[in-house]
Design a binder for this molecule. Structure first.
Ligand code: DX5
Ligand code: ZN
Length: 218
């Protein structure tokens, strides 16, 4: 299994986002996580299509776009045209999840489906045969810098055991409150893609990336 760090640009210094992109790249983080919030699905507003376009020009790394917006089907194509390599939408945000997945695939990109802390693992199982990644949120979506919700570890563990039993190739991403002191526990539970915002951008970015990635299994 491949272990990947996806620093969340929500916690970067927006006045020097290009420099921050270079720093995480140099430090060896493989992906770049971009949080899109609409003020409706979550009580916050963050970045949109023009910033994805700008980040696309600022890095060669894989762009991991996390849509926290209602009716993602209306915007998926525009985020892909802006440069997303993978688009994750929330199961709770649409009544046509399969159509969203199919749309992302038709446009030649990878599809992720996300569940909030209160959504059960069972609800995402119908889509395991068609997505590349499930994002198990480990905080309530909407803000960086929150504390990891402990019961989410068991959701990761359960999902990994079902994925293994089914023999499908699906990555498990975790997002929210991930840092050097809890990443090992979430690895052990079965996650393999780690979003980290404040624990990467607070302080020395290169040292923070190293402290997280040195805990990844060989
Ligand atoms: C929260 C976002 C996260 C956020 C994580 O809704 O999805 O990606 O940036 O920030 P930290 O790592 O600080 O919890
Ligand atoms: Zn996110």
């Amino acid at each position: 299994m491949e272990y990947i760090l996806s620093p969340s640009m929500l916690s970067c210094n927006f006045l020097q986002a290009g420099e921050d992109l270079k720093k995480i790249d140099k430090a060896g983080a493989q992906w770049v996580h971009i949080d899109v919030m609409d003020g409706v699905f979550v009580p916050n507003i963050s970045m949109g299509i023009p910033l994805v376009e700008a980040f696309r020009k600022g890095t060669e790394r894989f762009l991991d776009v996390h849509l926290m917006i209602i009716q993602p089907e209306k915007y998926i194509e525009r985020f892909i045209k802006a440069g997303a390599d993978l688009v994750t939408f929330h199961l709770e945000a649409t009544n046509q999840p399969q159509e969203c997945i199919d749309m992302i695939h038709r446009l030649g990109r990878k599809a992720g489906i996300s569940i909030k802390p209160g959504t059960t693992v069972e609800e995402v199982l119908p889509y395991l045969d068609s997505v590349e990644m499930v994002l198990v949120m480990t905080v309530e979506p909407g803000f960086g810098g929150q504390s990891y919700i402990e019961y989410c570890t068991d959701k990761v563990r359960k999902l990994r055991s079902i994925i293994t039993a089914r023999g499908v190739d699906v990555d498990i991403q975790v997002d929210g409150g991930i840092g050097k002191d809890n990443v090992a526990k979430v690895i052990e539970a079965g996650a393999n893609i780690f979003v980290a915002g404040s624990s990467v951008f607070k302080g020395d970015v290169e040292a923070n990336v190293a402290a997280l990635m040195e805990q990844f299994p060989e």
